[in-house]
Ligand binder design. Structure first.
Ligand SMILES: Nc1ncnc2c1ncn2[C@@H]1O[C@H](COP(=O)(O)OP(=O)(O)OP(=O)(O)O)[C@@H](O)[C@H]1O
Ligand SMILES: [Mg+2]
Length: 296
C-alpha cells in the first residue's frame, strides 16, 4: 500500500522467511557457516536453537538454497507435530523413495539403500526438521536412530534440528542422553544488539529499493530496538506499521508519536511497560526480557 509513496520495489518488512532479505549479522553469519560446515563435512547431528522470531526458519531457507546449489539432497520437514507414521511418510515423500510409505520397515529399507547409493557417489544427504521443539518423544527417538545409519565413510544422513529453546531442554532430558552425546554442532541465535537492529532495518530497506533510509531517525530506531527487544519478527511488525502510519499521515519520516501509536496497537510489552489491556493477540509479541535499556 505504501510502496509507491516511499519509492519501494517491494514490502521491506514482510513476515515471511525470505532468504533474499537475509541480514548477515555476525551471529547469523556464524550460525549459517556452522550449519553448512556441519552438513558438508558430514558431522551427523546439528542443532540450531533460538527464541521465537529470531530467524531460525529464515536461516534454514538460506541453508536449503545453499544445499540445492551444491546438489546436496535433503528432505525438509517444517511441520513437526507428527506421529511416527506421518514422519516416515513425509520423509519418504520428500526423498522421493519409491516404497510403501505407510510401512516404516519399507521406508527404512529403501532409505538405507538410497543413502548408501548416494554415499558411493560421494553425495551428501540431509534431513532438516524445523520447529523441532514440538517433536514427539517417539519421533525424536526415531530421528536419533536414523542418525545411526553409517558406513565406513561416516554418517549417511546429516540431521539438522532447529527449534525454540524448549528443544535444548528436551535434548537435556535424561532419556535423550544418547542423542545429546551425538550432537556434533550446536548453533544458537539471540536477539539483535542495538547496532544490529539499526543495520537490519537499513539493510531490509535497501533491499526493498531504499538505500540510505531517512524514514527512521536514529532516536526512533533506538526505541524500536528497545521495544522489540531486538527480535527480528517484532522489528518487522513495528516497522511495517510505522511505514503505514507515516503513509497515512503523508509524511516520509516516522516519529516517536507514531511509534507509541503502533506499539499500543500491537499491544507490545517491553521492560518497564506492560500492555495496557487484556490478552495478547498471539505469542509473537510475548517477548521476554533479554537485556536492559541500552544494553549491548
Ligand atoms: N537474519 C535475518 N535477516 C533477515 N530477516 C530476518 C532475519 N532473522 C529474522 N528475520 C525476519 O524475522 C521474521 C521471523 O523470522 P523466522 O520466521 O525465521 O524466525 P523463527 O526463529 O523461525 O521463529 P519461530 O521461533 O516462531 O519459528 C521473518 O520475517 C524474517 O524475515
Ligand atoms: Mg520458524
Amino acid at each position: 500500500m505504501y510502496k509507491a509513496f516511499f519509492g519501494l520495489n517491494e514490502n521491506p518488512f514482510n513476515l515471511s522467511p525470505d532468504p533474499r532479505f537475509f541480514f548477515r549479522s555476525n551471529q547469523h553469519e556464524e550460525a549459517l557457516a556452522n550449519l553448512i560446515y556441519g552438513v558438508q563435512s558430514q558431522k551427523g547431528f546439528i542443532v540450531l536453537t533460538g527464541e521465537v522470531g529470531t530467524g531460525k526458519t529464515t536461516m534454514l531457507e538460506c541453508l536449503r538454497n545453499f544445499l540445492a546449489q551444491q546438489s546436496i539432497g535433503f528432505a525438509y520437514l517444517f511441520n513437526s507435530r507428527l506421529t511416527c507414521e506421518q514422519f516416515f511418510d513425509l520423509m519418504a515423500y520428500d526423498f522421493d523413495l519409491r516404497c510403501d510409505r505407510s510401512s516404516k520397515t519399507d521406508v527404512l529399507i529403501h532409505l538405507n539403500q538410497f543413502l548408501i547409493q548416494r554415499s558411493h557417489r560421494n553425495q551428501v544427504t540431509a534431513l532438516i526438521v524445523d520447529e523441532a521443539q514440538n517433536l514427539d518423544w517417539n519421533v525424536l527417538e526415531e530421528i536419533r536412530l536414523l542418525g545411526n545409519l553409517e558406513n565406513r565413510r561416516g554418517k549417511l544422513l546429516q540431521i539438522v534440528l532447529a527449534g525454540q529453546p524448549e528443544l535444548d531442554r528436551k535434548l537435556d532430558a535424561p532419556d535423550f542422553r544418547q542423542l545429546k552425546q551425538r550432537i556434533a554442532l550446536r548453533c544458537s541465535l539471540s536477539p539483535f544488539r542495538e547496532d544490529e537492529t539499526a543495520e537490519y532495518i537499513n539493510v531490509r530497506l535497501e533491499k526493498a529499493g531504499m538505500p540510505d533510509q531517512q524514514v527512521f531517525p536514529p532516536d526512533v530506531v533506538a526505541e524500536i530496538h528497545f521495544r522489540s527487544q531486538g527480535i527480528p519478527r517484532v522489528i518487522n511488525a513495528i516497522c511495517d506499521n510505522l511505514l503505514l502510519t507515516a503513509f497515512a499521515a503523508e509524511t516520509k519520516v516516522a516519529t516517536m508519536e507514531f511509534l507509541d501509536e503502533v506499539t499500543t496497537d500491537l499491544r507490545l510489552e517491553w521492560p518497564g511497560r506492560r500492555a495496557p489491556r487484556g490478552e495478547y493477540p498471539n505469542d509473537l509479541f510475548r517477548s521476554e526480557t533479554y537485556f536492559s535499556r541500552g544494553g549491548k
